[in-house]
Design a protein around this ligand. Structure first.
Ligand code: THU
Length: 143
């Protein structure tokens, strides 16, 4: 599937690509964009925002999730992440899958069958379920 072949994915792709353009990543020079669809069909995007105190940097997924919560969204129903180095052409490199911490953050607002699309500049590269990315996970219902 390419983004052009699926208008729902295409909209996520466009939002994530635009968000990546805003990334603040002067230390890693690795620019990431994420876009999440919420239960109301709305799309929320985020970019990574780094910090001179390196551990204080935030991933693109975290920003998109904050935007969703601020807008009143409660569930992530589809996700797309894309990222590549500033100096790369952005096609055909390693898949930019969510980091472990962001997989757990997704877990808070999504079901195990959440589709997490990974794209690059050329379009969709792969789709995983959240259960694939974070098997046997711990979530709100455990508390
Ligand atoms: N990064 C993200 O924003 N999301 C990912 O899925 C992978 C990594 C960011 C964190 C840091 O700013 C840069 O990419 C390099 O790790």
């Amino acid at each position: 599937v390419t983004p052009a072949a699926d208008s729902a994915v295409e909209a996520l792709f466009a939002a994530a690509l635009a968000a990546r353009q805003k990334a603040y990543a002067p230390y890693s020079n690795f620019l990431v964009g994420a876009a999440f669809r919420d239960e109301q069909g709305r799309i929320h995007a985020g970019c990574n925002v780094e910090n001179a105190a390196f551990p204080q940097g935030a991933c693109a997924e975290t920003g998109a999730m904050t935007a969703m919560v601020l807008a009143g969204g409660t569930r992530i129903t589809e996700a797309l992440v894309l990222g590549w180095p500033r100096s790369a052409d952005g096609a055909g490199g390693p898949l930019c899958t969510p980091c472990g911490g962001c997989r757990q953050r997704l877990r808070e607002f999504a079901s195990p069958d959440l589709r997490v699309h990974i794209a690059d500049r050329a379009g969709l590269r792969a789709t995983f379920s959240l259960a694939q990315l974070l098997p046997e996970s711990f979530g709100p219902e455990h508390l």
